[in-house]
Design a protein around this ligand. Sequence first.
Ligand code: SF4
Ligand code: SF4
Ligand code: SF4
Length: 455
Amino acid sequence: MPAKYHIHTQPMPPRHKPIGKYGIVDWREDCSACHNCVKRECAYDVYDKERDRLVNALQYVDYLYECKGCLCCVQSCTKGLLTWETNPEYLKLGDEVWTPDIISSTWFQAETGRIPVSGAGYPGPFCGPGFDSILTDMSEIVRPTRDGIHGREYINTQVDIGRKLTALAFNPEGKLALKSPPIVDIPIPAIFGLLPWHKTSPQLLTAILDAAGKLGTYAFVDDSSLFVHDAAIPYVSGEFVPLEARLAVWPDSPDVVRRIEKAKSTNPEMIAIVSLCLNQNAVSRSLELAKAGIDVIHLLADWHGMTVNSDKPKHITHAVREVHLAFVEQGNRDEITIIAGGGIALAEHMAKTIICGADLVSVDVPLMVALECRICKNCQQGLPCPIEIEDVEHDYAVQRVVNLVGAWHNQLLEMMGAMGIREVRRLRGEVGRAMFFDDLERECFEPIFGKRKEL
Ligand code: SF4
Ligand code: SF4
Ligand code: SF4
């Protein structure tokens, strides 16, 4: 049995003080200095871990980065000195899609490489818009051998990128009569996409490429000086031909097929990807490109995970499912690879996008958040970046990205183990392992309560 693919994570502390979610208002002047202070009892060692910072804190309000809000210390302080508050600065992070909780959880994963847990349990609703309208079926969670991370059974997260043969043919001597098209396999169903709004410096891009290389995956790169990097997927414009590249990506255009044919005439082993905006023409255009011989289609939603240039924008999961089903209908889904990107913020989003029909995903904004980006959008307005992202130190950036992907990989293993699936290629389009809230509501609740009124 081959060795399990394992991502080596190691703690990489943040460069800037993280903005914590919960604040403990600590009225220290009345403290009785109890022998067995409740702060020592914190199950998550929050006070201990943050001791250095708390000693130097000048304010009474200490926002604890890792506090899980279990309220034990608040309830047990003999003098009732500790009060739990939500940090107002925390609530200002990100926006309605890139929520403060997503940003904070990404920081935690990039720092520790661990799966985030919540000591206070899950307090939220059981459905919501976008990815939150899909529930995964974890009914196999009781089988310990399939415990994704530590279980005895091997769970494979490797995917192939490239065109595949749909049938084999043999010559009279019994030898394979067809030449297999070039194919690349990667150990995780994710590559790194272009960062959507930020003009990155070569050193930042180099760190992202080095992290991709360390993980055994690839990254789109639009800086031609980095096209030679082993993990680079050159983002090609004009008539440029990436001679050395195993994979290359072209933005969709009317003559993209001609340009790819020309490039392949000099580099026949190259796998060509066409990146197209996920809009209302995505289904017809994808079928057209596949028919013209394109190996891989990259479907790119906007950075909030919605279709672009559309009167009625759809979520990426719905739009990807339409493209996937159109190929299934034609009987040639297995021929091509579909990469989907845009708005993928959490490990569960990766799994849900694959369930909806993608072979793998492209990840972009989370890479910046791993480097402590707060999605403040200052850089879009030409204002200074509060975390000076361009100046990140190389080893720090590589390890933070590796840690994040390590945590995502473990979560994918956990999900697949709980779903009873041992092969991520089998998860593609496996909607039997998901429940769509809209369907549940229509089938279960509508007959009893009637149709939900649109607000
Ligand atoms: S339990 Fe409360 S009063 Fe006692 S030492 Fe801790 S914070 Fe101070
Ligand atoms: S609320 Fe719970 S997790 Fe937070 S510091 Fe107190 S004991 Fe620790
Ligand atoms: S933290 Fe920096 S990189 Fe992130 S959005 Fe703000 S200015 Fe841009």
